[in-house]
Design a protein around this ligand. Structure first.
Ligand code: DAK
Length: 258
């Protein structure tokens, strides 16, 4: 069904693989359209509890497609940017957690895709960077905003102004990734984390994601009020009763997602 991505679901986990290895998985309009489509499918599927995003071959994603962008005037550029933002924002705002399993180059739009995800796990071979200023542009899929929120303004400015490409251990040291593992352990580690998330109450995980995200850009008292509202909703769920009963009865909970 898709030409530029692969998608499958196994045990409550969705797997998206960007699949243009001959072009280092660069994001062209077709990839972005397929990502938009698959995200809608995921949001309509109540069985999926976590999503892993990775890349086929040597790259995670080596950025927006430079061959395509070279031909674009500002009008086409805006169309591409709008679609790109839509994809990144949907990942960011969807209540299901997304894990980027960064297998190789995560440059430009690829670093931005990884940053739109909730958690980043990197292979020791992964490399991160925002090389856009070397092409006469700036990050266009949210990088100027998400990078500083993740690593602070100093590192964001360093990476964006210099276009320096950093290895996975450096990315971990500055807080851009949560873990670095050997390449052959990458998917197992991403699955371990996704599995931990999938084993928890889905409504509570979703409430945590939206409360962290919405509260992050608000002042702390507004964030606290958002937390009270989200927690109040959790108290009204069947899964809250089940989770607490399971603890007291020393058994595993059976989530109903209700
Ligand atoms: N776009 C298109 N093709 C790419 C590509 C990319 N981003 N990255 C690699 N490729 C292609 C190469 O051109 C090459 O194609 P052929 O020559 O075989 O036809 C093939 O993938 C293999 O790449 P290399 O031969 O270069 O492989 P190497 O191992 O030597 O190097 C590399 C791998 C990842 C270090 C290198 O390919 C590289 O530096 N790639 C470009 C990285 C980069 O500059 N990325 C940032 C792109 S800019 C906006 C929206 C979004 C954005 C901006 C504006 N609006 C719509 C306004 C975001 C911008 C970006 O992401």
């Amino acid at each position: 069904m898709y030409k530029n991505i692969k998608f499958e679901i196994r045990e409550h986990i969705g797997y998206i693989t960007i699949n243009r290895p001959e072009a280092m998985n660069a994001l062209n309009m077709d990839v972005l359209k397929e990502l938009k489509h698959v995200l809608k499918k995921i949001s309509d599927d109540s069985e999926i509890r976590a999503v892993i995003v990775t890349g086929e071959g040597r790259a995670f994603v080596a950025g927006a497609d430079i061959k395509q962008m070279k031909r674009y005037n500002p009008v086409r550029g805006r169309q591409m940017m709008t679609l790109g933002h839509e994809v990144m924002d949907t990942i960011d705002e969807m209540p299901i957690p997304f894990i980027a399993a960064v297998n190789g180059y995560a440059l430009g739009g690829g670093c931005e895709l990884a940053m739109a995800c909730d958690i980043r796990i990197a292979s020791s071979k992964a490399k991160f960077g925002q090389p856009e200023v070397g092409l006469g542009i700036i990050p266009g899929f949210g990088g100027t905003q998400r990078l500083s929120r993740l690593v602070g303004k100093g590192w964001a400015k360093y990476l964006i102004y210099t276009a320096d490409v950093v290895k996975a251990d450096k990315a971990e040291a500055i807080g851009l990734v949560q873990a670095v593992v050997e390449p052959d352990q990458l998917m197992a580690e991403a699955e371990r984390v996704a599995g931990m998330i999938a084993s928890k109450a889905p409504i509570a995980v979703a409430a945590a994601k939206t409360t962290i995200n919405d509260g992050y850009d608000a002042d702390i008292r507004t964030g606290g009020r958002l937390e009270i509202e989200a927690e109040t909703s959790c108290f009204g769920t069947r899964d809250k009763g089940e989770g607490m009963a399971a603890f007291l009865q020393k058994r595993q909970p059976n989530w109903e997602n209700k």
